[in-house]
Design a binder for this molecule. Sequence first.
Ligand SMILES: *Cc1c(COP(=O)(O)O)cnc(C)c1O
Length: 459
Amino acid sequence: MKSYPPEPFRIKTVETIRRISRKERETALAAAGFNIFGLRSDDIFIDFLTDSGTGALSDRQWGAMMQGDESYAGARSFFRLKEAMSQIFGFKHFVPTHQGRAAEHILSTLLIKPDLYIPSNTHFDTTEANIRARGGRPVNLVIEEAADPAAFHPFKGNMDIEKLEAFIKETGAENIPLGMTTITNNATGGQPVSLENIRQTSEIYRKYNIPFFIDACRYAENAFFIKTRETGYTEKSTLEIAQEIFSLADGATMSAKKDALVNIGGFLAMNDDDLFQRAQNELILREGFPTYGGLAGRDLDAIAVGLWEGLDEQYLEYRLGQTAYLVEGLHDAGIPVVLPPGGHAVYVDAGSLLPHIPRDEFPGQALSIELYLEGGIRGVELGSVAFAYTDPETGEKHYPLMELLRMAIPRRMYTQAHMDFVIETFKQIAERKDSIKGYRITYAPKLLRHFTAKFEPID
Ligand SMILES: *Cc1c(COP(=O)(O)O)cnc(C)c1O
């Protein structure tokens, strides 16, 4: 079994967590409509719902927050963030936003019109929904290996470059207002994208004059994967790698709740002057004045410090080592997981673990429920509940590549003993897996249905 990397920090403040009884968990789950999003955090022992905004701040971040400048315009906090932004990302302009989806919203509002196509390796759910909300068509062109949970590829999040060029030729560049790539590729398992792949993606978009935006949520984890897995980058620092990545793009959207190690925040960055002008106007309408976006001054300071801490190589070695420890522990216990380990999360292949549950009865949802009942652990379905949809034109039903359960690991929060407890819980579930049943939806909204849908067990 893989060794656990010692944390490159020690604990200064603690937060109590409790495990309520099995009976109490059953009651809580029924009250939540069998959707783990409906649970109260007090009823959860280990919360792997998301790594978004759930991590621990450092003493340096708390210290910086005390110096937050809450001036409406031109705050010192903004300029400290601007300094970090220009050193790491190097884009000419940026606007802070309250989270990643606000940046996506502004970008979509400015660039997307009905029936235009937006290719990516794989769009994340909020990106996809923001594109659809403007009538646009998100297109995912990840390499084929991504669909096989057991296939080993060091950069399983890569764009299929041939497919990308063929798609642009077929669709016509005039129907593609922007192209994207997501690093790391969250929706297919937190898998990294190689620098070579980002460079090729950039070359193709530039060849056809398509603005290239990177969904940069986990750029630091991706940079460390490049450093450790890609030829020619071992001697480069994660900062240098990040700078090289962003020099290839025209802009980026980011949720600072990921690799900027904060509880709230995000940004939209770009080089284009005109787009920046329009983004500022849109920002003022929806988020706030351009020097604070939807955030408090202290939030901007926390991001400015967090961006640097997120790039720290000792931290990244621990961070990715912790994820790998959980992945390999589950794999050794015979639980089908997406391999190789990704960055921020462990993806259990619920479709393979529960092959007797059809896709329309949501094996990932069923597993998320068992995980909570057995251990008080919360993970989230990223399969047909989250991603299956019916094409509005053809009426054809589309399924995602895999039926996954994602356990996202909050940053700097849980210890080795927590990870061992999770592995033990899975062993218990595996012993009675044949008796686990599927679910049907009793309520669902039109977009992003997994957040608020309600379910009932199928007998
Ligand atoms: C979290 C995330 C987003 C959206 O960010 P929010 O801050 O949750 O709005 C977009 N893309 C990816 C890849 C993400 O992981």
